[in-house]
Ligand binder design. Sequence first.
Ligand code: 13P
Length: 309
Amino acid sequence: MADCGFDPKIGKKFWIQLSQVYKSLYLKILWYKVSLPEGWTSEKFYVSIITIAMRQKIIVGNWKMHGSCSFARSLMQDLLQGGSESVSAEMVVCPPAVYLQYVSEMIADSNLISLGAQNASEHPSGAYTGEISASMLKELGCRYVITGHSERRQYYGEADAEVARKSLAVSNQGMVPIACVGETLTERQNHQARAVVERQLDAVLNLFPADRLEKFAVAYEPVWAIGTGQVATPDQAQEVHEWIRLRLSEKNSESAQRCPILYGGSVNGANAASILAKSDIDGCLIGGASLKSDEFLKIYNEAGWRKFI
Ligand code: 13P
Protein backbone atom coordinates (compact mmCIF):
# COMPACT_ATOMS: atom_id res chain seq x y z
CA MET A 1 0.00 0.00 0.00
CA ALA A 2 1.16 3.52 -0.65
CA ASP A 3 2.32 5.93 2.01
CA CYS A 4 -0.51 8.37 1.41
CA GLY A 5 0.77 8.77 -2.10
CA PHE A 6 0.99 6.92 -5.36
CA ASP A 7 0.87 3.17 -5.12
CA PRO A 8 2.98 1.71 -7.95
CA LYS A 9 0.75 -1.38 -7.91
CA ILE A 10 -2.12 0.69 -9.27
CA GLY A 11 -0.39 0.61 -12.68
CA LYS A 12 -2.89 0.60 -15.49
CA LYS A 13 -5.59 2.23 -13.46
CA PHE A 14 -3.30 5.10 -12.63
CA TRP A 15 -2.65 5.87 -16.28
CA ILE A 16 -6.33 5.74 -17.09
CA GLN A 17 -6.95 8.03 -14.15
CA LEU A 18 -4.23 10.41 -15.27
CA SER A 19 -5.56 10.57 -18.80
CA GLN A 20 -9.02 11.39 -17.44
CA VAL A 21 -7.54 14.14 -15.33
CA TYR A 22 -5.56 15.44 -18.23
CA LYS A 23 -8.59 15.42 -20.49
CA SER A 24 -10.86 17.20 -18.06
CA LEU A 25 -8.22 19.75 -17.11
CA TYR A 26 -6.89 20.33 -20.59
CA LEU A 27 -8.58 23.68 -21.08
CA LYS A 28 -7.70 24.77 -17.58
CA ILE A 29 -4.08 23.85 -18.22
CA LEU A 30 -4.04 25.96 -21.37
CA TRP A 31 -5.52 28.83 -19.46
CA TYR A 32 -3.14 28.55 -16.52
CA LYS A 33 -0.19 28.32 -18.88
CA VAL A 34 -0.69 31.91 -19.80
CA SER A 35 -1.49 33.07 -16.27
CA LEU A 36 0.67 31.06 -13.88
CA PRO A 37 0.98 32.34 -10.34
CA GLU A 38 4.07 34.44 -9.68
CA GLY A 39 7.20 32.36 -9.24
CA TRP A 40 5.69 29.27 -10.90
CA THR A 41 7.39 27.67 -13.87
CA SER A 42 5.22 25.66 -16.21
CA GLU A 43 7.20 22.54 -15.10
CA LYS A 44 6.15 23.16 -11.52
CA PHE A 45 2.56 23.58 -12.67
CA TYR A 46 2.54 20.30 -14.62
CA VAL A 47 4.21 18.43 -11.76
CA SER A 48 1.49 19.74 -9.44
CA ILE A 49 -1.24 18.52 -11.79
CA ILE A 50 0.34 15.06 -11.91
CA THR A 51 0.71 15.03 -8.14
CA ILE A 52 -2.98 15.78 -7.70
CA ALA A 53 -3.78 12.93 -10.08
CA MET A 54 -1.59 10.62 -8.03
CA ARG A 55 -3.35 11.33 -4.74
CA GLN A 56 -4.91 8.02 -3.92
CA LYS A 57 -8.32 8.26 -2.32
CA ILE A 58 -8.59 6.85 1.17
CA ILE A 59 -11.80 5.55 2.69
CA VAL A 60 -11.53 5.20 6.46
CA GLY A 61 -14.12 3.49 8.64
CA ASN A 62 -14.23 4.74 12.22
CA TRP A 63 -16.23 2.13 14.08
CA LYS A 64 -16.18 4.25 17.25
CA MET A 65 -17.33 2.20 20.28
CA HIS A 66 -19.47 -0.23 18.31
CA GLY A 67 -19.36 -3.94 17.74
CA SER A 68 -18.35 -7.22 19.28
CA CYS A 69 -16.01 -10.02 18.24
CA SER A 70 -18.65 -11.65 16.08
CA PHE A 71 -19.62 -8.31 14.54
CA ALA A 72 -15.97 -7.57 13.73
CA ARG A 73 -15.54 -11.00 12.14
CA SER A 74 -18.63 -10.76 9.99
CA LEU A 75 -17.97 -7.16 8.87
CA MET A 76 -14.35 -7.92 8.02
CA GLN A 77 -15.32 -11.05 6.08
CA ASP A 78 -17.73 -8.96 4.01
CA LEU A 79 -15.12 -6.26 3.38
CA LEU A 80 -12.46 -8.79 2.41
CA GLN A 81 -14.85 -10.44 0.00
CA GLY A 82 -16.31 -7.22 -1.37
CA GLY A 83 -13.11 -5.22 -1.84
CA SER A 84 -11.14 -5.41 -5.04
CA GLU A 85 -7.51 -4.80 -5.87
CA SER A 86 -8.57 -3.13 -9.07
CA VAL A 87 -10.18 -0.31 -7.12
CA SER A 88 -7.62 2.46 -6.82
CA ALA A 89 -8.73 3.60 -3.37
CA GLU A 90 -7.23 2.49 -0.07
CA MET A 91 -9.62 1.02 2.48
CA VAL A 92 -8.86 1.54 6.17
CA VAL A 93 -10.74 0.22 9.18
CA CYS A 94 -10.40 1.65 12.69
CA PRO A 95 -12.04 -0.80 15.10
CA PRO A 96 -12.14 -0.33 18.87
CA ALA A 97 -8.67 -0.98 20.33
CA VAL A 98 -9.63 -4.35 21.80
CA TYR A 99 -10.37 -5.72 18.32
CA LEU A 100 -7.23 -4.40 16.63
CA GLN A 101 -5.27 -7.62 17.11
CA TYR A 102 -8.13 -9.71 15.83
CA VAL A 103 -8.75 -7.56 12.77
CA SER A 104 -5.02 -7.31 12.13
CA GLU A 105 -4.82 -11.11 11.92
CA MET A 106 -7.84 -11.23 9.60
CA ILE A 107 -6.29 -8.81 7.10
CA ALA A 108 -2.71 -10.10 7.40
CA ASP A 109 -2.80 -11.96 4.08
CA SER A 110 -4.67 -9.26 2.19
CA ASN A 111 -3.45 -6.16 0.39
CA LEU A 112 -6.90 -4.70 0.42
CA ILE A 113 -7.39 -3.26 3.85
CA SER A 114 -5.18 -1.19 6.16
CA LEU A 115 -5.58 -0.94 9.90
CA GLY A 116 -6.06 2.22 11.91
CA ALA A 117 -6.64 3.09 15.56
CA GLN A 118 -9.05 5.63 16.96
CA ASN A 119 -6.72 7.20 19.51
CA ALA A 120 -3.23 6.96 20.99
CA SER A 121 -1.49 8.23 24.07
CA GLU A 122 0.81 11.19 23.73
CA HIS A 123 3.31 9.37 26.00
CA PRO A 124 5.69 6.69 24.77
CA SER A 125 5.19 4.47 27.87
CA GLY A 126 4.75 4.68 31.63
CA ALA A 127 2.17 4.75 34.40
CA TYR A 128 -0.83 5.92 32.37
CA THR A 129 -3.61 3.53 33.32
CA GLY A 130 -6.00 2.74 30.51
CA GLU A 131 -3.88 4.34 27.81
CA ILE A 132 -2.41 2.74 24.70
CA SER A 133 0.89 3.94 23.26
CA ALA A 134 1.61 4.57 19.61
CA SER A 135 4.32 1.90 19.63
CA MET A 136 1.76 -0.68 20.83
CA LEU A 137 -0.53 0.27 17.96
CA LYS A 138 2.34 0.05 15.53
CA GLU A 139 3.15 -3.42 16.84
CA LEU A 140 -0.42 -4.51 16.10
CA GLY A 141 -0.03 -3.47 12.47
CA CYS A 142 -1.70 -0.06 12.54
CA ARG A 143 -0.80 2.22 9.71
CA TYR A 144 -3.06 5.13 10.65
CA VAL A 145 -4.22 6.66 13.93
CA ILE A 146 -7.08 9.13 14.23
CA THR A 147 -6.14 12.06 16.47
CA GLY A 148 -8.29 14.84 17.88
CA HIS A 149 -11.65 13.45 16.84
CA SER A 150 -14.33 15.91 17.94
CA GLU A 151 -15.82 13.29 20.27
CA ARG A 152 -12.47 13.10 22.08
CA ARG A 153 -12.26 16.88 22.19
CA GLN A 154 -15.85 17.16 23.42
CA TYR A 155 -16.14 14.25 25.90
CA TYR A 156 -12.54 13.81 27.05
CA GLY A 157 -11.40 17.42 27.02
CA GLU A 158 -8.65 16.94 24.46
CA ALA A 159 -7.29 20.37 23.66
CA ASP A 160 -5.39 21.44 20.55
CA ALA A 161 -1.98 21.08 22.24
CA GLU A 162 -2.70 17.51 23.32
CA VAL A 163 -3.95 16.59 19.86
CA ALA A 164 -0.70 17.99 18.48
CA ARG A 165 1.41 15.90 20.88
CA LYS A 166 -0.60 12.77 20.05
CA SER A 167 -0.15 13.38 16.33
CA LEU A 168 3.60 13.71 16.84
CA ALA A 169 3.72 10.53 18.97
CA VAL A 170 1.95 8.65 16.16
CA SER A 171 4.33 10.04 13.57
CA ASN A 172 7.35 9.18 15.72
CA GLN A 173 6.33 5.54 15.25
CA GLY A 174 6.17 5.91 11.47
CA MET A 175 2.37 5.81 11.35
CA VAL A 176 0.15 8.39 9.71
CA PRO A 177 -1.89 10.57 12.07
CA ILE A 178 -5.31 11.52 10.73
CA ALA A 179 -5.69 14.81 12.55
CA CYS A 180 -9.34 15.82 12.86
CA VAL A 181 -10.48 19.41 12.67
CA GLY A 182 -13.92 20.95 12.39
CA GLU A 183 -16.18 23.67 13.67
CA THR A 184 -19.42 23.45 15.65
CA LEU A 185 -22.71 24.73 14.27
CA THR A 186 -22.53 27.88 16.38
CA GLU A 187 -19.01 28.57 15.18
CA ARG A 188 -20.13 28.19 11.57
CA GLN A 189 -23.14 30.42 12.12
CA ASN A 190 -20.82 33.03 13.66
CA HIS A 191 -18.53 32.85 10.61
CA GLN A 192 -15.73 31.38 12.69
CA ALA A 193 -15.33 28.12 10.76
CA ARG A 194 -12.09 29.11 9.07
CA ALA A 195 -10.54 30.52 12.24
CA VAL A 196 -11.42 27.39 14.22
CA VAL A 197 -10.16 24.95 11.60
CA GLU A 198 -6.92 26.90 11.17
CA ARG A 199 -6.36 27.15 14.92
CA GLN A 200 -6.81 23.38 15.34
CA LEU A 201 -4.58 22.63 12.36
CA ASP A 202 -1.88 25.15 13.30
CA ALA A 203 -1.50 23.57 16.74
CA VAL A 204 -0.52 20.29 15.07
CA LEU A 205 1.53 21.83 12.28
CA ASN A 206 3.55 23.95 14.70
CA LEU A 207 4.80 20.78 16.36
CA PHE A 208 4.98 18.54 13.31
CA PRO A 209 8.28 18.39 11.38
CA ALA A 210 7.80 19.87 7.89
CA ASP A 211 9.70 17.02 6.26
CA ARG A 212 7.23 14.48 7.65
CA LEU A 213 4.17 16.04 6.09
CA GLU A 214 4.12 13.33 3.42
CA LYS A 215 2.96 10.97 6.13
CA PHE A 216 0.25 13.16 7.56
CA ALA A 217 -3.47 13.30 6.88
CA VAL A 218 -6.18 15.71 7.91
CA ALA A 219 -9.86 14.95 8.34
CA TYR A 220 -12.26 17.86 8.11
CA GLU A 221 -15.25 16.80 10.19
CA PRO A 222 -17.70 19.62 10.89
CA VAL A 223 -19.18 18.77 14.28
CA TRP A 224 -22.67 19.65 13.09
CA ALA A 225 -22.44 16.98 10.39
CA ILE A 226 -21.28 14.09 12.57
CA GLY A 227 -24.00 11.52 13.13
CA THR A 228 -26.73 14.02 12.27
CA GLY A 229 -27.53 13.06 8.70
CA GLN A 230 -26.79 16.67 7.79
CA VAL A 231 -23.83 16.28 5.44
CA ALA A 232 -21.86 19.35 4.35
CA THR A 233 -22.52 20.24 0.73
CA PRO A 234 -19.65 19.32 -1.60
CA ASP A 235 -18.96 23.05 -2.08
CA GLN A 236 -18.90 23.73 1.66
CA ALA A 237 -16.48 20.86 2.20
CA GLN A 238 -14.31 21.79 -0.78
CA GLU A 239 -14.00 25.37 0.48
CA VAL A 240 -12.65 24.22 3.85
CA HIS A 241 -10.37 21.64 2.22
CA GLU A 242 -8.85 24.42 0.15
CA TRP A 243 -8.14 26.46 3.29
CA ILE A 244 -6.51 23.38 4.82
CA ARG A 245 -4.38 22.67 1.74
CA LEU A 246 -3.26 26.29 1.72
CA ARG A 247 -2.22 26.05 5.35
CA LEU A 248 -0.35 22.83 4.68
CA SER A 249 1.47 24.40 1.77
CA GLU A 250 2.68 27.23 3.96
CA LYS A 251 4.44 24.53 5.94
CA ASN A 252 5.70 22.47 2.99
CA SER A 253 4.36 23.31 -0.45
CA GLU A 254 5.32 20.06 -2.17
CA SER A 255 4.11 17.68 0.53
CA ALA A 256 0.87 19.63 0.83
CA GLN A 257 -0.10 18.47 -2.65
CA ARG A 258 0.29 14.84 -1.61
CA CYS A 259 -1.27 15.13 1.82
CA PRO A 260 -4.69 13.43 1.97
CA ILE A 261 -7.47 15.66 3.28
CA LEU A 262 -10.52 13.59 4.14
CA TYR A 263 -14.08 14.71 4.72
CA GLY A 264 -16.17 13.21 7.51
CA GLY A 265 -19.73 13.75 8.69
CA SER A 266 -22.83 11.82 7.58
CA VAL A 267 -21.18 10.35 4.49
CA ASN A 268 -23.12 7.43 3.02
CA GLY A 269 -23.42 5.46 -0.18
CA ALA A 270 -25.81 7.98 -1.68
CA ASN A 271 -23.88 11.20 -1.08
CA ALA A 272 -20.25 10.01 -1.27
CA ALA A 273 -19.82 10.40 -5.03
CA SER A 274 -20.58 14.12 -5.12
CA ILE A 275 -18.26 14.79 -2.18
CA LEU A 276 -15.45 12.66 -3.58
CA ALA A 277 -15.73 14.45 -6.92
CA LYS A 278 -14.24 17.61 -5.45
CA SER A 279 -10.61 18.16 -6.28
CA ASP A 280 -9.34 18.71 -2.72
CA ILE A 281 -11.33 15.91 -1.13
CA ASP A 282 -9.06 12.89 -1.04
CA GLY A 283 -11.31 10.49 0.76
CA CYS A 284 -13.74 10.16 3.63
CA LEU A 285 -13.73 9.37 7.33
CA ILE A 286 -16.91 7.46 7.92
CA GLY A 287 -18.74 6.63 11.13
CA GLY A 288 -22.21 5.08 10.94
CA ALA A 289 -21.96 3.92 7.33
CA SER A 290 -18.70 2.07 8.05
CA LEU A 291 -20.64 -0.39 10.21
CA LYS A 292 -22.65 -1.63 7.23
CA SER A 293 -20.48 -3.52 4.78
CA ASP A 294 -22.64 -2.81 1.71
CA GLU A 295 -22.74 0.91 2.43
CA PHE A 296 -19.03 1.12 3.20
CA LEU A 297 -18.12 -0.85 0.07
CA LYS A 298 -20.32 1.40 -2.02
CA ILE A 299 -18.38 4.45 -0.81
CA TYR A 300 -15.08 2.65 -1.39
CA ASN A 301 -16.10 1.80 -4.94
CA GLU A 302 -17.15 5.40 -5.59
CA ALA A 303 -13.71 6.50 -4.42
CA GLY A 304 -11.96 4.14 -6.81
CA TRP A 305 -12.23 6.48 -9.71
CA ARG A 306 -11.16 10.07 -9.48
CA LYS A 307 -13.88 12.40 -10.62
CA PHE A 308 -13.40 16.02 -11.41
CA ILE A 309 -15.73 18.98 -11.37
P1 13P B 1 -20.82 9.72 10.82
O1 13P B 1 -20.35 9.22 9.49
O2 13P B 1 -21.61 8.71 11.59
O3 13P B 1 -21.49 11.05 10.71
O4 13P B 1 -19.50 9.96 11.72
C1 13P B 1 -18.46 10.68 11.18
C2 13P B 1 -17.29 10.54 12.08
O5 13P B 1 -17.29 11.03 13.17
C3 13P B 1 -16.17 9.71 11.58
O6 13P B 1 -15.06 9.89 12.37
